[in-house]
Design a binder for this molecule. Sequence first.
Ligand code: AHM
Ligand code: MG
Length: 348
Amino acid sequence: MTHHDDGKPCSLTRFLIEEQRAGRIGPDLRLLIEVVARACKRISIAVGKGALGGVLGDAGTAGEASINVQGEAQKKLDVLSNEILLEANAWGGHLAALASEEMDHSQPIPDVYPRGNYLLLFDPLDGSSNIDVNVSVGTIFSVLRSPEGVAQPGDEHFLQPGTAQVAAGYCVYGPQTTLVLTVGHGTHAFTLDREIGGFILTTRGMRIPGETQEFAVNMSNQRFWEAPMQAYVGDLLKGKEGPRGKDFNMRWIASMVADVHRLLTRGGIFSYPLDSKCAAKGGKLRLMYEANPMSFLVEQAGGAASTGRQRMLEVQPTGLHQRVPVFLGSRAEVETAVRYHHEADARG
Ligand code: AHM
Ligand code: MG
């Protein structure tokens, strides 16, 4: 645990107040992060109840699963988490509009409440295929500035590159509930103290080791990948005897939040590359509320994030629910994966 000079543990509230005093965030952004953290706490409680809370299984009625804007079946907890985040963020006066994986379009803050200067995007419950089997899931969020002079922001005002993010984070609901946050000055982890009901700073300035021997990818898609990805992973699998000269281990939780939390803790590379099944959509993972916030956190921890061909944070978004190929984690390893793509492209 990280302590203050006065020997006290550092709560999220105190951390944010100190960030404000240091001029790194304003009062509205501080409030916004507090509100998101409070919503995550409620989601953590709902997730933790599982079957006892009647929250497992698909959303929808009469045996028909409800389908979200992505064409995916929604879980009850997807819907509940979305509602918790919407309700918590509606009335505080810190937001102009919000957008979610679970909603077709962004929503301006209703006229009855004051509107603030920020835009919030979130994936309320990522990795929700893992809920029913009691494996880690998480919430991912990204904060942008609302463009000046826009009274009622629409989808187009969210289409800012990842470099414009002013804050990003995720909360992983695993054996521990951990909130990982950046406001552009390092990446910090806060663990939920379930007895006190508050987040406590447990790692200040997470650092991703530059090199790694661990990769995360869904290997069942191997035959659908592009040639450079085939070559890259092929060489990883050759281990000590291959061109990489070392053995690699593999992990795949199928919950991006949990996989990214592992690499922020001990290094690694995570990838969800382009494959012929998702090529028409541009990839599997969503740029604005999955890839961008994770890339910001990873870069702030000394790692790198790319589409395989371009720095993730520099991709100019064209749609709220746009998808991208993702490579992120230990810097040297991401650079290697990118090199395979560039070399293949140069050969034509
Ligand atoms: P979701 O937002 O519908 O939950 O999908 C995103 C998840 C990621 O958390 C995870 O990395 C990936 O999908 C797993 O995909 P797959 O089941 O193809 O391995
Ligand atoms: Mg998701």
